[in-house]
Design a protein around this ligand. Structure first.
Ligand code: MTE
Ligand code: MO
Length: 312
């Protein structure tokens, strides 16, 4: 079943395939693609393809953006290896078309969305967000996407939907890192329904105005800027509405170290290291990590009355 697909389509569209192919032929003529392959760059279909009709979003930042090069070559995406450079090197094997996202569970409108329908679900916005990895590094990334709430509204959660589960593709043929058992695949993440509905919570389909590179979670990934980066699940194939908190991949792997909430909090250390400071990629001197990654004015009320040391 498809969800109100025609009524909600808006004129924001990706570059038509003819133009993309023409550009690719042009670049092939120049030897650009061959050179990229020789350097081991991921031959991902998305790289360099502009997204059309992107509006300036409601949230931006007065901080320098992390260079595109760093955003796309220093990654965590264990499905393609555990080294920071592995995703850029290996994610070329991910096929992002055709791609469907299943909407399941406690909703009035379950169904399958084709990725190209999803791209037209709501106007695409640029959102410049601070991203903080639990490992202690951070970046400022200009994402392109739309609020997850747009999709949730159409899914029409029932009264039993209290949490939302996000599931990444599970296919070791395309994701060679899944042949190793570092995590129990597929990668699963979760949010409380009110966190998922929060206007800051984004479904990202691009960055720097272009289609999302595979290593950043193409064709569609979550972005939750006030939580540690691992909450922002990549290459999503399923969004499930449930009554109980989902068992996330990291909670399953190390329950003492990773809680369900995982809000950025300089006062609650990881059992093996401090979370008080961070290194912004490209900078030398460490910065103080901000409560809720600097988004406290927007999100602190979601956690009023909760002991954040207990609900880490
Ligand atoms: N499916 C999946 N999603 C994932 C990860 C992963 O290994 N697999 N890594 C997470 C972590 S730890 C971080 S910090 C961010 C990194 O996103 P980026 O590489 O786009 O900056 O992706 C998150 N999403
Ligand atoms: Mo991370």
């Amino acid at each position: 079943m498809l969800l109100r697909q025609t009524a909600d389509i808006l004129p924001s569209e990706i570059t038509p395939p003819e133009i993309y192919r023409e550009r690719r032929r042009f670049m092939q003529g120049l030897g650009v693609l061959a050179a990229g392959a020789a350097l081991g760059a991921a031959p991902d279909a998305g790289a360099g393809v502009k997204l059309a009709g992107v509006r300036a979003g409601a949230y931006t930042l007065d901080e320098d953006k992390t260079p595109y090069k760093d955003v796309t070559t220093y990654n965590n995406f264990y499905e393609f290896g555990t080294g920071k450079g592995d995703p850029a090197k290996n994610a070329g094997s991910l096929k992002t078309r055709p791609w469907t996202v299943a909407i399941e569970g406690e909703v009035g409108n379950p169904g399958m969305y084709d990725i190209d329908t999803l791209l037209k679900l709501a106007p695409l916005e640029e959102r410049v967000y601070r991203m903080r990895c639990v490992e202690g590094w951070s970046m400022v990334i200009p994402w392109v996407g739309f609020p997850l709430s747009e999709l949730i509204r159409r899914a029409a959660p029932t009264g039993n939907a209290k949490y939302v589960e996000f599931v990444t593709l599970n296919d070791p043929k395309q994701m060679p890192g899944q042949r190793s058992r570092v995590l129990d695949w597929p990668y699963v993440e979760g949010l409380r329904l009110d966190e998922a509905m929060h206007p800051l919570t984004l479904l990202a389909v691009g960055l720097y105005g272009e289609v999302l590179p595979n290593q950043n979670g193409a064709p569609i990934r979550l972005v939750v800027p006030w939580k540690y980066g691992f909450k922002s699940a990549k290459s999503i194939v399923k969004i499930r509405f449930v009554e109980k908190p989902p068992l996330t991949a990291w909670m399953h792997a190390a329950p003492r170290e990773y809680g369900f909430y995982s809000n950025v909090n300089p006062e609650v250390d990881h059992p093996r290291w401090s979370q008080a400071k961070e290194r912004r990629i490209g900078e030398f001197r460490k910065r103080d990590t901000l409560m809720f990654n600097g988004y406290g004015a927007q999100v602190a009320q979601l956690y009023r009355g909760m002991d954040l040391k207990k609900f880490f």
